[in-house]
Design a protein around this ligand. Structure first.
Ligand code: MN
Length: 357
């Protein structure tokens, strides 16, 4: 660790940019005209975010984790991308502001994962690639736009790390992901199963994404787990349909008062070496910790358990991750978005090719 810190410090004052970083460099030049000689670089080809040791945390245009912005996934191993919609929400709206608020709160993130010793910015090329250009007035049209955008992202080999947006978005994302990888395993962390069929006559909204995914064969159903499910239901057995598809359902009662590390060992065995997508709805967490969301349910997971789930994905063949349903207006502290930002950082820290020190 000492050696790395030394390298990083030296690089901060003797930095040169690789040709692959030119877009980032020009943006950096516009953002921080007087800071160019101090841009941090790992000395390798990877993007490294500004450190608050050298550039004030509150300065600059907010990007996820203070990473460079670029307008496509070209050259990236992973990309943070926002999908700012809440047109699919069934209760409190506001998740359209999730990506923006997550970016703001993410200014607190630093370069290393102190718990796992992951060094993401020495392992993978990652940037913030902005938001999908959604249509706020037409959810089906938005779904098409999402699929098109993600087709381009995954075609380059880049792993999308998505900031939602309501949970509807996972369906069109998985259309693009499954087109490339075939039916994927799914680790779905949520208060709700999101497997409804129809409501108000509509098949596309944030309670239906995984039903639609099964309809279209996008999931490898024996490699699906849903964790944290709870709350009142439309019928006595709300999760019957999930189990009938072959999903493993881990209701929240099975999680209470426990470390989820043993569960994740079983999940890793279930997922095997095939492609896996991780979809994390912030409402999986207890609303005491994450009140900024549209359909909160009491007695949820703790942030510790959320982190255990994500760290438990280390070693899996992750092909995409999302963190959805942050609706900042219901949390005046900003902590829900801050939690979302940290969970996204934890996701980055378990991607394939990650180095740990
Ligand atoms: Mn959900």
């Amino acid at each position: 660790m000492f050696r790395l810190r030394g390298n990083l410090r030296r690089a901060a004052f003797a930095d040169f940019f690789s040709p692959a970083n030119q877009t980032a460099v020009s943006l950096r030049a516009r953002q921080f005209p007087d800071k160019q000689p101090k841009r941090q670089s790992s000395g390798k080809r990877f993007n490294v975010p500004h450190s608050a040791e050298f550039v004030a945390r509150v300065s600059g245009i907010p990007t996820m984790a203070r990473l460079p912005y670029q307008d496509s996934a070209d050259g990236l191993d992973a990309a943070f991308i926002g999908v700012p919609i809440d047109t699919g929400t069934s209760n409190r709206p506001g998740a359209r502001f999730g990506p923006r608020q997550i970016r703001v709160e993410s200014a607190l993130l630093r370069a290393y994962n102190s718990g796992t010793r992951a060094a993401p910015y020495e392992s993978v090329m990652v940037a913030d690639i902005g938001d999908v250009n959604v249509n706020l007035y037409d959810l089906k049209e938005t779904c098409k736009r999402i699929t098109e955008a993600y087709r381009k992202i995954v075609a380059t080999g880049c792993i999308p790390l998505t900031m939602g947006g309501d949970h509807t978005i996972t369906y069109p994302i998985l259309q693009a992901v499954a087109e490339k990888h075939g039916p994927v395993g799914l680790i779905h962390v949520d208060a709700h199963a999101d497997t409804s069929d129809v409501a108000l006559g509509e098949k596309i909204w944030h309670g239906t994404p995984f039903r639609r995914c099964v309809d279209e064969g996008l999931l490898d159903c024996k490699r699906v787990v849903q964790i944290g499910l709870r709350g009142s239901g439309y019928s006595a057995d709300s999760y019957e349909w999930s189990r009938a598809q072959g999903f493993r359902v881990v209701q929240v009662e099975e999680c209470w008062f426990k470390s989820l590390a043993p569960l994740m060992a079983e999940v890793r065995a279930q997922m095997g070496s095939g492609p896996v997508y991780l979809s994390f709805d912030i409402d999986a967490l207890d609303p005491g910790f994450a009140p900024g969301t549209g359909t909160p349910e009491i007695a949820g997971l703790t942030p510790i358990q959320g982190v255990e789930i994500i760290r438990g994905c280390r070693g899996l063949n992750l092909v995409g991750c999302d963190l959805v349903e942050v609706a900042p207006a219901y949390d005046t502290t900003g902590n829900t978005a801050l939690t979302g930002a940290n969970l996204l950082f934890e996701m980055l820290c378990v991607l394939p090719k990650m180095k740990y020190y």
